[in-house]
Design a protein around this ligand. Structure first.
Ligand code: DC
Length: 216
């Protein structure tokens, strides 16, 4: 199994970097943030209170979840629906941090991430990929950027969510808080563009002997 873990806070650039890196290497891209957003969307749709861990756990246990790859990009289907635009709804933005603290949600989704990574060499983006989900991978990167730059990027995407609030929630929770794996390479992307970040990662991967299309 070959996994490249890309962790970091909201709007650190990890999704764009992970997607671009996967494309260049011929790997699949697993977007775990989108999976937590999809679970949140499903919980809201079911009418469960996203702030109640018990209600969230009951709702997720009842959901049928199917994940896979389409054009080398992970997808998640919950109760027969594949949410896309819905994942960026304000209601999802507001509740995703609370939902993703519930162990029943994390346990269920982590099983899916591990199953997906067994199908194909993958670039996996998230918050706890190098520290919790794939602690044994030798390829771990943690992307960061100043809070001002991250808020600017979020707003440029037309998103209104408060980066500072989500940082606080994602870092202070008890279950899988945002942490930097001790063996991760930290990259500050504040002054780098997408291609520069990908190039820096590829250089480090090459130094570790990993190059494009190594399907193992
Ligand atoms: O990367 P994003 O903004 O789409 O992530 C949405 C939320 O999902 C974020 O607030 C924290 C949560 N998340 C998580 O808890 N663990 C992950 N591996 C990925 C995301």
């Amino acid at each position: 199994m070959t996994v490249i873990a890309i962790d970091g806070p909201a709007a650190s650039g990890k999704s764009s970097v992970a997607r671009g890196l996967a494309q260049q290497l011929g790997f699949c891209f697993i977007n775990t943030g989108a999976m937590y957003r999809a679970a949140t969307w499903q919980i809201l749709r079911s009418g469960a209170d996203p702030q109640s861990p018990a209600a969230v756990a009951t709702s997720i246990a009842a959901a049928s979840i199917h994940t896979g790859f389409e054009e080398q990009h992970s997808f998640i289907e919950i109760d027969g629906f594949r949410p896309h635009e819905e994942l960026r709804d304000e209601s999802v933005n507001r509740s995703v941090s609370a939902v993703s603290t519930v162990p029943a949600v994390r346990n269920r989704l982590v099983q899916e991430f591990r199953a997906l990574a067994r199908i194909s060499p993958s670039v996996v983006e998230g918050r706890d990929i190098g520290s919790v989900v794939f602690p044994d991978t030798p390829y771990k990167f943690y992307l960061d950027a100043s809070p001002e730059e991250r808020q600017r990027r979020r707003n440029a995407q037309g998103q209104l969510d408060e980066i500072a609030t989500r940082d606080r929630l994602d870092s202070s929770r008890h279950t899988a808080p945002l942490t930097i794996a001790t063996d991760a390479t930290v990259i500050d992307t504040t002054r780098l563009d997408l291609e520069e970040v990908i190039a820096a990662i590829r250089k480090m991967l090459a130094a570790k002997g990993l190059s494009a299309c190594q399907r193992a």
